[in-house]
Design a protein around this ligand. Structure first.
Ligand code: KIV
Length: 281
């Protein structure tokens, strides 16, 4: 079902099914209403998240680790992202759908970035794009926003730079790096970003950044002082258990449930107990 673009969330009366927009997220920050965001890579997951009231669905380049069995996000391509974003878009009607721009689809020059952001909107139907980085990408952010495509920034642990960092450890523990994150957040706001994801930095820093900008800051492993939270759905559902940082709260243990259901099915088939007459024609 397509969203009704006129059904924008209203600051006084945000019913549970009002379409989430970049503007309504900013109003949620202003009223102190936490933003709940999760990732999806396919239509059925997007439908479930949407029905549960998730505000923002991110089609993350974490698709690489979650769905493609890879160790980093750096090999994800525009074609992968366009495919998954289009599936997610089909399943979401209320939530704002944001698509990650993959590594090297926006860093070479801002013409490339603009073209690829445009493809995410036109071909996949996302409502905003996410780019990793701060001051270094601000000219690009401004150009994308200027043509009418909302941009979400991403600071702190930026997984596309894993080969530079060398580790997925907490970022910005040093004063110098914390200062950089603060400056990057202000620069992204000035460049027109409508929100910022901040990943795996000390809580105090994330809280300070959140208070210093007027746009929503959505944390992952960044403590409770942000305007909202995001997790990778497959991590919080306990489907992906390879990755186990302490910031992931497990709301289910689906890997065990799924394995045990598959095992049951195998046993039933082998024992000639599936299908029964009632399950046949
Ligand atoms: O790709 C992703 O899933 C992300 C979130 C972890 C924020 O960028």
């Amino acid at each position: 079902m397509s969203p009704d673009p006129t059904n924008e969330a209203n600051p006084q009366n945000d019913g549970p099914r009002k379409k989430v927009t970049t503007k309504s997220l900013i109003r949620m920050k202003q009223r102190g209403e936490p933003i709940a965001a999760l990732t999806a890579y396919d239509c059925i997951m997007a439908e479930l998240l949407d029905q549960a009231g998730v505000d923002v669905i991110l089609v993350g380049d974490s698709v690489s680790t979650v769905m493609q069995g890879l160790d980093t996000t750096v090999t994800v391509t525009m074609d992968h992202m366009l495919y998954h974003a289009a599936l997610v878009r089909r399943g979401a009607s209320r939530a704002l759908v944001v698509g990650d721009l993959p590594f090297m689809s926006y860093q070479v020059n801002s013409d490339d970035a603009l073209r690829n952001a445009g493809r995410m909107v036109k071909e996949a139907g996302v409502e905003a794009v996410k780019l990793e980085g701060g001051r270094v990408i601000c000219d690009t952010v401004r150009r994308i926003v200027d043509v009418g495509i909302p941009v979400m920034g991403h600071l702190g642990l930026t997984p596309q730079s894993i080969h530079k960092f060398g580790t997925y450890q907490v970022r910005a523990r040093s004063t110098e790096e914390a200062d950089e994150v603060r400056s990057d957040a202000l620069a992204l706001e000035k460049a027109g970003a409508f929100a910022i994801v901040i990943e795996k930095v000390p809580s105090e820093l994330a809280k300070g950044v959140t208070e210093s900008v007027s746009i929503p800051v959505i944390g992952i492993g960044a403590g409770p002082g942000c305007d909202g939270q995001i997790l990778v759905s497959h991590d919080m559902l306990g489907i992906c258990t390879r990755f186990n940082p302490r910031f992931v709260r497990r709301y289910a243990d689906l890997a065990n449930d799924m394995r045990s259901s598959f095992g049951h099915y195998v046993r039933d088939v082998k024992a000639h107990e599936f299908p029964t007459q009632n399950e046949s024609y």
